[in-house]
Design a protein around this ligand. Structure first.
Ligand code: ZN
Length: 135
């Protein structure tokens, strides 16, 4: 199970709404406890594509975030991005670019009035939904 703090969820949501119709993106970091991934920190990064249907994390910001994770004893658990006008599931491109089968790929959809956040495990181009709780 993946545990995300409500304040971190709200931080993602606020940023995603502000960036829309451009996709927002970032990294997630935390601790692994057996089967559980506990997200302790959500990073907001620049989408260097500035695009509505794909994203690229800014490499410099990514490096700075990874340094910050190390300094705080956190592991990178995956990344997140928004889908301003499409559902909360990985696109074909998302699956193709999800090269790390240990990572969690979170997608926040703003398509409907109620935002939807899901987390996915991607392996061999197949995405499966992970159990996610906002605490
Ligand atoms: Zn996507």
């Amino acid at each position: 199970m993946i545990k995300l703090k409500r304040s971190d969820y709200e931080k993602m949501l606020e940023h995603a709404k502000k960036e829309a119709p451009i996709e927002a993106c970032g990294l997630i970091a935390g601790l692994i406890n057996g089967e559980d991934k506990i997200i302790e920190k959500v990073y907001i990064l620049t989408n260097t594509d500035h695009a509505e249907e794909h994203f690229t994390l800014d490499p410099k910001e990514q490096l700075a975030a990874i340094k910050d994770m190390r300094a705080n004893g956190l592991e990178q658990l995956g990344n997140w991005h928004s889908h301003p006008v499409s559902p909360s599931r990985p696109s074909d491109e998302d699956k193709r670019l999800a090269y790390d089968s240990t990572a969690s790929y979170m997608i926040l959809s703003l398509m409907n009035d109620t935002p939807v956040l899901n987390s996915f495990h991607v392996e061999n181009n197949e995405a499966s939904k992970e159990e996610l709780t906002i605490v």
